[in-house]
Write a protein of this length. Structure first.
Length: 255
């Protein structure tokens, strides 16, 4: 049984004046401990697909299962964690208080014991009592990752978490994410517009077509782990990057 299973999933948004088919017949399996990126042009349904796994949207057709459960059951059993495009921190709570928030919501006292360790793992040791307004954008992203992982979810959903950061900070956080993730065995579904980011992080890169979003290619990324930024100059990496860019251009979408 796959950790994340989408079976012929479609999503239609019905409005007063228009009907939008966001996702069409998407089928995808992700195993435990696998890192999979969704890559495609803006508006192709990447985030919609992720939100259906997170129980934030319901599919119009098809089914979504997380560890054999409905997304709602998986969320209630604390099996999913999500990092949004913006860190979405509570401004009146400190770093530590933001990280332990899921434990308070779920009534999990062990989260308090793990929070300090996770804060250290994401490089924020010494900032436990800082408020979000005192942190840089990169530091806020680290808090969001620590918050998502502290309750030990088996599934981690990440919606372009580094898109607003400068290139140097983004590269640093990519490597830190890989280091922390390697200790969790979580299945990761990661949304990005960056071909390079997808290849550096992932075991597989799933390419989606322009709306209505369909899965048009599933590319395995076979580079050894751990990975480093120097991988980007590897001929195999360059070749895969060119292939994915050609696939996206063929579909008429710009990343």
């Amino acid at each position: 049984m796959a950790t994340i299973e989408l079976d012929r999933v479609s999503k239609v948004f019905e409005g007063d004046r228009r009907r939008v088919q966001a996702v069409e017949e998407a089928t995808l399996l992700i195993e435990q401990g696998e890192f999979v990126s969704l890559l495609g042009p803006s508006g192709c349904g990447k985030t919609t697909l992720m939100r259906m796994v997170a129980d934030l949207e319901e599919p119009t057709e098809g089914s979504v299962r997380v560890n054999g459960l409905s997304p709602q059951e998986a969320r209630h059993r604390r099996q999913t964690g999500m990092v949004f495009q913006k860190p979405a921190l509570l401004e009146w709570r400190t770093v530590y208080q933001n990280v332990v928030l899921p434990g308070e919501v779920f009534g999990d006292a062990d989260v308090r014991n793990r929070a300090g360790d996770m804060i250290g793992k994401v490089g924020l040791g010494g900032f436990e009592d800082a408020f979000p307004r005192e942190l840089s954008g990169g530091m806020q992203s680290r808090v969001a990752i620590a918050r998502a992982l502290t309750h030990r979810p088996s599934v981690l959903l990440m919606d372009e978490p580094f898109s607003a950061l400068d290139e140097i900070t983004r590269e640093r956080l990519q490597l830190e994410l890989l280091e922390v993730w390697s200790e969790t065995n979580a299945a990761v579904l990661f949304v990005t517009h960056s071909i390079s980011e997808a290849l550096l992080l992932s075991d597989r890169v799933v390419v989606m077509s322009p709306r209505p979003g369909r899965i048009v290619e599933d590319v395995r990324v076979a580079f050894d782990r751990p990975r480093s930024p120097s991988l980007r100059s590897d001929p195999g990496f360059v070749s895969l990057e060119a292939h994915l860019r050609e696939e996206l251009n063929r579909g008429g979408g710009a990343v």
